[in-house]
Write a protein that binds this ligand. Sequence first.
Ligand code: M6R
Length: 606
Amino acid sequence: MCGIVGHIGPKNSIEVVLEGLKRLEYRGYDSAGVSFKKNGKIEVYKKAGKIENLKGILAKIETNANSCIGHTRWATHGEVNDTNSHPHVSENIAIVHNGIIENAHSLKIEMMKNGVKFKSQTDSEVYMALVNREIEQGNDLFSAITESFKKVEGNSAFVILNKNTNEIWALKRAAPLVCGTSKKTGEVLVSSDPYALAGMVDTIYFPGDNVVCKLDQNSENLITFFEMDGTVSQRFKSKPLEISLESTTKGTYPHFMLKEIYEQPGLIRSLAQHYVHGAGREALNASANIIPSHVHIAACGTASYAGLVIKEFFERINRIPVANELASEFRYREPILRKGEIGLFISQSGETADTLAAQELCQENGLKTLAIVNVEGSTLFRNCDANLLIKAGVEIGVASTKAFTQQALTGRLMSAALNGELKDERKIKIIFNKFSLLAERIDELLLRSEEIKAIAQKVFESKGFFFTGRGKYFPIALEGALKLKEIAYVHAEGYAAGELKHGPIALIDNEMVNIALVGPELLDKTISNVQEIKARKGKIVAFGPENNSDIESISDYYFALKFEGLDELSPLYINVANQLFAYWVARFKGTDIDKPRNLAKSVTVE
Ligand code: M6R
């Protein structure tokens, strides 16, 4: 977690870094800080809370610099306060850090015995102390940075500002880091995510692990990469930056989450176009060349629920057995992994630590690994044998919406490729039309957002929410409950409708709401489950098929849906109703929808 940015260039670096940090706030927003040079000294301004707090302080001083580093924090070591905020600064350097130093404690004890004093409780300050010690021992900055980096264990990225020279240094191990340059304007930046660089650079560079990046306005290329031994490194990948400036704003929407919900129909259409008729077809067929005897899916949170939807596709359509597991459990469970099986990893960011560890475990055991991922060039993308991009564009809302839909649908396309559906013109047409129909139905559903808002207004103060669904709607119940919990801060659970009577039904009373996800399949059985809740005075909000008086008549609030023709894609349709419901409940609750408390979008720690 945490977002880091560094800039050197003709523009006011402080403003550039603040803009970058604002875009990285999705990575954490416990505190923010910047450091730059003024009158030959390193200055630091940092503050607990969101970037707005920091901006408030900076507004009171004259701020102009041509180099600056900054940080937005998701706290791991040390509570949320000003002191633990980054940058950490000494006489010679300022540093910002993203990641975890696993041996920080022992290093700290050793240094404290030698008289080193620490101001903060962070692991990051330990790296700074190591660099300082190297400098005090007479080493130059390059060896101080690299020698200290060798001593810290765990996944980390650091950006370092030096008092005496006009350069910024950066290096990383298994943590995201990207550099960018604009030869036209002379700007050079480093960041945790290319998104922070949109509109400022035209070329981006992904350095390899242990490659040292030197950002230097006076060098011809603005940036040079070095190996740890000081030789020039070629271990980086460069490409044009393809993220538009427009994607960095909310446009006319009040929240990124809402904008992202509304983007879904367009994204579904372009996903189908890309994989069925466009350049993605080859990647899809290549992924389908490995016909697995068994698939291990590992992912976290919403991505894991997308995994459950994909499991349903693979098992029902392809008759391939799938184990879907939480990546955080998978790695410690000694899973049985055999040749001929594949590991499938689902992730929006491609940086989720647990998902990366699960991938590594599968690779070590000789399995082919495949990612369904949004961020091209992310660690997961780079580590897997093959990738299917979900083409969701940048997702800023911490609550994942469009990525979920695109992940599940990419899984459906993979199952189509495995099934030979993309080799037969008639079948190609069927699948393409089904995706188009889903997009159309979601378009219609989005036009009825006010109806869902009205339901949310009636129930948002309830004590708790049970999302129930059977069969292919069960993963959607889990996802619906997660969305509501994370953005509206209300207690919600997802249950397989038939399971409720095995315990949770004890919680039902007139203050509890059942969001019943009722598709055309297993209809009667689901209705019976709703009856059971109704009989215990639970409030019923049903998202169910149109023209079904049985379910409508027992519901307190009913939202009718048109399932015909969507078949296996219908869970993704009903899920959009859940997304809007969570959004409106959160609006009525007045929570911070795009940046819910305690969360970060990209969870790069275990
Ligand atoms: O970037 P990833 O898809 O790997 O992230 C996985 C989860 O952290 C993520 O889906 C999380 O559950 C979302 N906040 C849910 O909305």
